[in-house]
Design a protein around this ligand. Structure first.
Ligand code: TRP
Ligand code: SF4
Length: 343
């Protein structure tokens, strides 16, 4: 787990997540476990990017506040520690919008128009329903660049799907520094996460819209009801049919993420010889999943019962992030020779 690295390295980590609902095991093993590690090694800023959610959900803001709170609960429950990492709400830091505006001045239209991630998003972000390409959505990668650079993030833990956005952020930095003959920003680098992708219970990508996700906020009973449905090696029709864990695309993947090495080997063995049935195999898996999830869910419950405290943590984190962004913006306005009233 969190190695011997007590000394915090100089690079600053920045990442964000759109608040679109409760987080699931896919977020946990794919993103949050990694962030929890990183907070011991680097200074970290983690942002709940509600403006980014608006780029596609601008006409559906009913759930936004609740979603923000659920993301905060899921992060804190997963072990994001506000003593170590700065956790904040994007929309409460107006300096990010200011930097977005100034970056938009130096960004050629072509860069955003040809962004492949953006094209995918138009179809994907609204749970399969096409989003219209608004001016705001077109600005998505510029806003993301402003997120990262307003706090001077230099390392950005993201998945492969975000590399195109990060490339634009680097191009903006180069162009900004060149235009204003300055070194205000350093091009941010991606930190590609080495985690296995956890599929949904039906074998597709885990996601809310597919109804195939296990949520961090669920109980053991709910988790079991779902795991029970997880697909297994289709060759195991009868209990006595031997199987092959390599063809068990959901349940055995979960073993590889949650179970000990010995338990994985034993499951593989007993699968091949039909010494165990899939139901028993899933029951053993449930114990491993719960071992990791139980403390997390208890923490989540405790925090959910003390929302005043959660709001206070968010307020403190946001104030801290805002102070950092204000320093950055003073520098930016200065190298751009913008008018600054001293009030
Ligand atoms: N675009 C990212 C995603 O969809 C979310 C995001 C917004 C982000 N701002 C960011 C990620 C800044 C890293 C850094 O996952
Ligand atoms: Fe998958 Fe386990 Fe069934 Fe084998 S026994 S197919 S590993 S669930």
């Amino acid at each position: 787990m969190s190695s011997a690295s007590n000394q915090v390295q100089h690079k600053r980590v920045m990442s964000g997540m759109r608040p679109t609902g409760k987080l699931h095991l896919g977020h946990y093993v794919g993103v949050l476990r990694n962030w929890v590690e990183l907070q011991h090694q680097y200074e970290c800023y983690f942002s709940i990017v509600d403006w980014h959610a608006l780029t596609t959900q601008y006409d559906n803001t009913e759930m936004l506040q609740e979603n923000i709170l659920n993301v905060a609960l899921d992060w804190l429950a997963s072990g994001i520690d506000t003593q170590k990492a700065t956790v904040f709400i994007q929309s409460q830091v107006p300096e990010i919008a200011e930097l977005h505006l100034l970056f938009s001045m130096v960004t050629p239209n072509k860069w955003v128009e040809t962004d492949p991630t953006l094209k995918d998003m138009v179809t994907m972000l609204r749970d399969g329903v096409n989003a219209d390409l608004t001016y705001g959505l077109l600005g998505y990668p510029i806003l993301q660049a402003a997120d990262i650079l307003s706090v001077k993030g230099s390392l950005v833990p993201v998945g492969k799907d975000q590399l195109a956005h990060l490339e634009i952020a680097r191009d903006i930095v180069t162009r900004f520094n060149h235009t204003y003959q300055s070194q205000v920003f350093v091009p941010p680098q991606p930190l590609l996460t080495q985690t296995p992708l956890l599929p949904g219970l039906d074998g597709r990508k885990m996601g809310k819209s597919y109804g195939n996700a296990i949520y961090l906020s669920e109980t053991e009973d709910e988790t079991w009801a779902k795991l029970k449905q997880g697909i297994t090696d289709p060759a195991r029709i009868k209990r006595t049919d031997p199987g092959n864990p390599e063809n068990c695309e959901v349940i055995y993947k979960y073993y590889q993420v949650f179970a000990s090495a010995e338990a994985q080997a034993l499951a593989a063995d007993e699968c091949r010889t039909a010494a165990r049935g899939c139901m028993d195999c899933k029951k053993i898996l449930l114990d491993f999943v719960m071992e990791e999830m139980r403390p997390l869910r208890e923490r989540r419950q405790a925090l959910a019962n003390d929302l005043g405290y959660v709001h206070q943590l968010l307020r403190e984190g946001t104030e801290k992030a805002r102070a950092t962004c204000q320093d950055t913006m003073r520098e930016v306005r200065s190298v751009m020779k913008l008018y600054q009233l001293t009030l």
